[in-house]
Design a protein around this ligand. Structure first.
Ligand code: GH3
Ligand code: MG
Ligand code: MG
Length: 430
């Protein structure tokens, strides 16, 4: 082989080293194997490159944890293929058992990575059944009733079904184009195992010899297919990961780093989307300002002040509903878009929130478990109004709440009543 010609000394040293540790058989056995399937190292090598790439992507931004699953999956796949190619363990039955388990783990990590990407949960019961049956089947046809054909069918069909089930589930739940592409690629990965196993098994005999197996058409086809599939699956997932990283960075530009809530820009964008979706449905805006926050900062320092802001942000997130948008506009001021809610119900919701803030004890050495309060202003959106206008009206009510002694939630009733009065005076409704 080329590398042996290029570096004969290294080969001699490697051979001597293997013989010294009593693993000479590996060399005798697998020198032939590498010659037979020399190009087949492509799949494990490519898989290792993708394993490293996903790890690197995770390392770079340390946020998308699913990349670690993908990295583990591709690395495990390399280990599984190496175990088979090098023949560790040497016994064919044990080798199949070990490599089969590693392939199963690699596939589970791949599927889990795809699930974590979309924050869906795998159906563990279905998965446990399929994996259990596959492992049981492999071990039965390895040790009880040894049959190469049977265990290859059990493994490839079993793992194929596992992949298909999850691919269909992920595809049906897909929201974005990239999610759909990932699901389709997984579907392809699941499907290919069936015809490949059936068609490529042709000349593969029922041999107990590892060498005969790695010379078989099955093994050649498997390597050829996976050399391509690793690239296809790997590149698709790299593209998905890059898209996620870009989305994440864009998201961070819209996020308040202290509390993790949206910032003003993020709020405006999310609120506009919400308003466009609302299509005539009502919504209200509430603004919140912590009372005497400067005094907290002065008494306890900025760090404890920040802790109060984080805690209030948590409370807002916890008490508001799924479709609501909440943001920190700066300092100790928060703004909320309450969807599908008239001012009366908005007031009740905000009143509950105000009481929750009042009831919480903000604790730390500096804060000495003190209570804080907040004031709120609420306004209902009027059709045709700009977002800034409704925020301004809520802000005015907040100002009134502050002037009235703080720790209250006031709704923009008055202006509406004045308008109704004016309209009535003008002869409406006619
Ligand atoms: P009021 O009841 O009228 O709202 O009084 P206040 O003291 O809460 O309001 P004021 O606007 O006078 O003070 C706001 C303070 O918030 C002043 C500023 O130092 C502090 N602040 C602004 N941003 C941050 C921040 O990110 N962290 C901390 N710890 N303090 C902040
Ligand atoms: Mg304040
Ligand atoms: Mg303020």
């Amino acid at each position: 082989m080329a590398w042996r010609r290029i570096c004969p000394d290294a080969t001699i040293t490697f051979t001597a080293a293997l013989q010294r540790i009593g693993a000479g058989h590996l060399l005798v056995h697998h020198r032939e194997l590498f010659t037979a399937t020399g190009w087949a190292v492509l799949a494990p090598f490519r898989s290792l490159v993708f394993g490293a790439a996903f790890f690197g992507l995770w390392w770079w931004q340390r946020r998308l944890r699913y990349l670690l699953y993908l990295s583990a999956s591709f690395t495990l796949f390399t280990i599984g293929m190496c175990a088979q190619t090098i023949g560790i363990p040497h016994d064919i039955a044990w080798n199949f058992m070990v490599s089969g388990s590693i392939y199963t783990a690699a596939l589970l990590a791949l599927l889990d990575g795809c699930y974590k990407r979309t924050s869906l949960k795998p159906r563990y019961a279905v998965r446990l059944c399929i994996v259990g049956l596959v492992l049981l089947g492999i071990s039965y046809f390895c040790f009880e009733d040894p049959s190469l054909k049977a265990r290859l069918y059990v493994m490839n069909f079993g793992l194929g079904v596992l992949t298909l089930v999850d691919a269909v589930y992920l595809g049906r739940a897909a929201k974005k184009m990239m999610d759909r592409i990932v699901a389709w690629v997984l579907l392809g990965l699941g499907v290919q195992g069936f015809p490949r196993t059936v068609l490529s098994f042709g000349t593969t005999g029922e041999s107990r010899d590892m060498m005969a197996f790695v010379h078989s058409s099955y093994w050649t086809w498997m390597n050829a297919t996976y050399a391509l599939l690793v690239v296809l699956v790997g590149l698709t997932l790299v593209a998905a990961a890059v898209a996620d990283v870009i989305e994440e960075l864009q998201g961070r530009a819209m996020e308040d780093p202290l509390t993790g809530l949206l910032n003003r820009r993020g709020f405006e964008e999310a609120a506009r989307k919400q308003i466009a979706k609302a299509k005539g449905r009502c919504f209200s805006v509430a603004v919140c300002d912590i009372d005497h926050f400067k005094a907290i900062n002065d008494a306890c320092g900025h760090v404890d002040g920040d802790a109060v802001l984080v805690k209030v942000a948590e409370l807002l997130r916890e008490k508001l509903r799924r479709g609501d948008v909440v943001a920190r506009f700066g300092g100790e001021e928060f703004v909320m878009l309450l969807s599908d809610i008239h001012r009366e119900d908005a007031r009740d919701l905000i009143e509950r929130l105000r009481r929750a803030v009042e009831d919480v004890r903000f604790g730390s050495e500096g804060l000495k478990w003190r209570r804080i309060t907040a004031s709120f202003g609420i306004a209902e959106y009027r059709v045709g109004e700009e977002l800034e206008d409704v925020i301004r009206r809520a802000d005015k009510m907040l100002y009134v709440a502050k002037r009235n002694g703080r720790n209250s939630a006031l709704v923009d009733w008055l202006r509406l009543e004045v308008q109704v009065e004016m309209l009535t005076e003008a002869g409406w409704p006619r």
